[in-house]
Design a protein around this ligand. Structure first.
Ligand SMILES: Nc1ncnc2c1ncn2[C@@H]1O[C@H](COP(=O)(O)OP(=O)(O)OP(=O)(O)O)[C@@H](O)[C@H]1O
Ligand SMILES: Cc1cn([C@H]2C[C@H](O)[C@@H](COP(=O)(O)O)O2)c(=O)[nH]c1=O
Length: 221
């Protein structure tokens, strides 16, 4: 694939959505002002997310994040499979076609979310999740993953201040701490994950991201 696939990960309220938007603006500005190296001159910068990057995904997102599905609780393995279904559709219908055209795809969450939330958070078998991730992705991996590392309580407070909190955000604090532990473990074993200190101001967080991106754009040319 000639494009680049960049993923943003982390616990709730870490600033992924905010930072992805700023990075897209920065990349497009660099493109317009001819400050990008030749390989990326014609580039498109696409922003997408999981769950919810396709029409099917949007429907699955409503099912997964609404607090009340006629009073019926979503079982843990059903939850796992719904996230996998969203991903499979997302890759085939959106991510792969854009990467094949040479775009930079900025994605809010990917396979590491499943390991952190369903694996570490819910306690589902990590080997099973790895296999399912492989089935859903067909082996597609990110070229770079930014892990926005934020104190769990600060992130949840930000999410609460943003407005009504969803089904996942409503889980107890211990769940979110296990999810955080999941990201810490993933970062230890995966060199394509870059830790970003997300406890800082929006501008300071973006500065760290741009610094990494500058180096990556040179490396990828
Ligand atoms: N560095 C920051 N300092 C203070 N507030 C921030 C910062 N970054 C984002 N916010 C605010 O915190 C809230 C959550 O940010 P955002 O939606 O970008 O995070 P997110 O990681 O996408 O969250 P979630 O995973 O819960 O959807 C928003 O109201 C946003 O304006
Ligand atoms: C991809 C994926 C996501 N989740 C969880 C993580 C969040 O609680 C929500 C998504 O909401 P956001 O506002 O877009 O962050 O879904 C998950 O548990 N497993 C996954 O694979």
């Amino acid at each position: 694939m000639i494009g680049k696939f960049i993923v943003f990960e982390g616990v709730e309220g870490g600033g992924k959505t905010t930072q992805i938007q700023l990075l897209q603006n920065w990349l497009l500005y660099k493109k317009q002002s001819n400050k990008l190296l030749s390989k990326f001159i014609d580039l498109e910068v696409i922003v997408t997310r999981e769950p919810g990057g396709t029409k099917l995904g949007q429907a699955l997102r409503v099912l997964l994040l609404n607090t009340d599905i006629s009073g019926e609780q979503i079982q843990e393995r059903a939850e796992l499979l719904l996230y996998a279904a969203d991903r499979s559709q997302h890759i085939e219908n959106l991510i792969k076609p854009y990467l094949e055209k040479g775009a930079i795809v900025l994605c809010d969450r990917f396979t590491d979310s499943t390991i952190a939330y369903q694996g570490y958070g819910r306690g589902l078998d990590l080997d099973l999740i790895q296999k399912l991730n492989h089935i859903a992705t067909g082996g597609l991996k990110s070229d770079l993953t930014f892990w926005l590392d934020i104190d769990v309580k600060i992130g949840l407070t930000r999410a609460k201040n943003r407005g009504k909190i969803d089904r996942m955000e409503q889980a107890d604090i211990q769940f979110h701490k296990r999810v955080q532990k999941g990201y810490q473990e993933l970062a230890k074993s995966n060199p394509s994950i870059v830790r970003i200190d997300a406890n800082l101001t929006i501008d300071k967080v973006q500065e760290q991201i741009q610094e990494v991106m500058r180096k990556k754009l040179i490396e990828w040319t």
